[in-house]
Write a new protein. Structure first.
Length: 497
């Protein structure tokens, strides 16, 4: 076990956190490292550092081409450190190294994508009448706060911090108190690549730190990925001062399986949707709405696939599913499985804590679970579980499927399995969700706007929508005529706002 000196980067001040937090390996329950447990004071110091860097540092005033080149250097540096980052993330959040490698190998793409948007950015010249030149400037917001979750800490940070930096902002990052290690590593990588001091500041801490970041008067924008209640609190805090907020929150993703597909192939896709990251993803497939013609075959195939998934040490390449993030989360999911059975669902696979050899016996593992014959009014069909649990519900026809898919307070992601192209487009248009996959799941690109509707959040991460939201527009109107305007003498009276 190693120990950090301070969780705030960009400055050399002595630690001010009164306590230290031990970071746990969820596969073994053993300590990995300790980091400071910062509260409001740590956030205040980091924001002050970021504000100074924004107001008097070189980053916002740097030429766009130079800023883009630095982002490209950061991308190259991340690639050079990739194996270390893969292992560190697998160790810290328990995700199998094969999944971690597949996801984190794409992190440099976000920096390159936003560097490309920056390099290609144009300032608009607006049409108008008379002797006027009207144009716009896009300017950085200032200090932006980024709050990231435990499940995909590095990827989610990369997609937001790359867009914020490309626009010339400075940043304060508050990672999940459970998984800060790759965030701290990325901060070091960016600094070593040449990012000026104070531009990115990482504060390790829990709820007090997160709440203070959303409430801080010098924060111009908050980007948050987390639970719906955390997003609601952030929205209320930022609304009081009219700061911007982007929030990707909870989900209860419906996956609709029509009877024209091979149920075994669909079950393979369903297992990928449900059990990747041990189901700890906001867009994990959790409600499988299956047409009755293939229902029994689908449940059988999915149950067999769930039982065949290899659970074990996430750092080993043969492992297909790792632990949940904590004992608390594992116990919560386990209890929800029991609730589902008590409400009438049939336990078709899993549902138990597996017996594993040392040193995994104290890890936070849970078997991949299939709850069949559920109904849409059951707790497991309505509430976000955030664990490896697939809830399977039969439906009759297309209208029935759409009604059931939309009968939920969340609207982040959805999946459709069908061979009918017309039906795929038709149903995708009718389902209320920010992202819909057809015959696939979990796929994303830096150019794809990511975000939900209803209680799944507000705003978009990734894509040009996210890039643009880290800046504000100033409109400048220049009168080019040599003469002056005598308003009260009756001249040019058509131009008043």
């Amino acid at each position: 076990m190693t120990q950090t000196v301070d969780g705030i980067t960009g400055q050399d001040a002595a630690p001010i956190a009164p306590d230290m937090r031990t970071i746990i390996n969820p596969a073994t329950g053993a300590a990995i490292q300790t980091v400071p447990e910062h509260g409001a004071a740590g956030i205040d110091r980091a924001v002050a550092t970021a504000l100074t860097a924004f107001q008097s540092g070189p980053w916002p005033a740097m030429a766009r081409s130079e800023r883009a080149r630095l982002l490209l250097r950061i991308a190259d540096a991340i690639e050079a450190a990739s194996e270390r980052l893969y292992t560190l993330e697998a160790l810290n959040n328990g995700r199998p190294i094969t999944e971690t490698r597949a996801q984190l190998s794409r992190v440099p793409e976000w920096f390159r994508y936003n560097a490309g948007l920056l390099a290609a950015q144009r300032q608009a010249v607006l049409p108008g009448d008379g002797p006027y030149l009207t144009y716009q400037q896009r300017l950085p917001l200032g200090v932006c706060g980024i709050i990231t979750p435990f499940n995909h800490p590095l990827l989610i940070l990369a997609r937001s911090v790359s867009a914020a930096l490309a626009n010339g902002n400075t940043v304060v990052v508050k990672p999940s108190e459970l998984t800060p290690l790759t965030t701290l590593a990325l901060a070091d990588i960016m600094s070593e690549a040449g990012l000026p001091a104070g531009v990115v500041n990482v504060v390790t801490g829990a709820r007090e730190a997160g709440a203070r970041l959303t409430q801080h008067p010098d924060i111009a924008k908050i980007t948050l990925t987390g639970g719906t209640e955390a997003g609601r609190a952030a929205a209320q805090a930022t609304a009081a001062r009219f700061a911007r907020v982007t929030a990707e929150l909870g989900g209860k993703t419906p996956v609709v399986v029509f009877d024209d597909v091979d149920p075994v192939a669909a079950a393979e896709g369903a297992a990928f949707a449900a059990f990747v990251a041990a189901g700890q993803s906001c867009v994990a497939g959790s409600r499988f709405l299956v047409q009755r013609g293939v229902y029994d075959a689908f449940v059988t195939a999915l149950s067999e696939r769930a039982q065949a998934i290899r659970i074990g040490d996430p750092t080993l390449p043969g492992t297909q599913m790792g632990p949940l993030i904590s004992a608390r989360q594992r116990d919560k999911v386990h209890q929800l499985i029991d609730t589902g059975v008590s409400e009438g669902a049939r336990l078709a696979a899993g549902g138990n804590i597996p017996e594993l050899p040392e040193p995994l016996q104290d890890g936070f593992f849970l078997q991949p679970t299939v709850l069949a014959d559920a109904t849409i009014d059951m707790t497991v069909a309505r509430e976000e579980i955030f664990g490896p649990v697939a809830v399977v519900i039969p439906f009759d026809d297309e209208n029935d499927a759409v009604r059931m898919a939309n009968d939920n307070r969340y609207g982040l992601g959805a999946g459709i399995w069908t061979l009918d192209v017309g039906r795929a487009h038709r149903v995708a248009s009718r389902i209320t969700a920010g992202m819909v996959w057809v015959n696939d799941h979990h796929r994303l690109e830096p150019s794809l706007p990511w975000g939900g509707v209803k209680e799944s959040g507000i705003g978009k991460d990734a894509g040009t929508e996210s890039f643009d939201d880290f800046s504000w527009i100033k409109t400048i109107v220049v009168r080019t005529a040599a003469d002056t305007v005598d308003w009260y003498g009756g001249a040019d009276q058509g131009r008043l706002n």
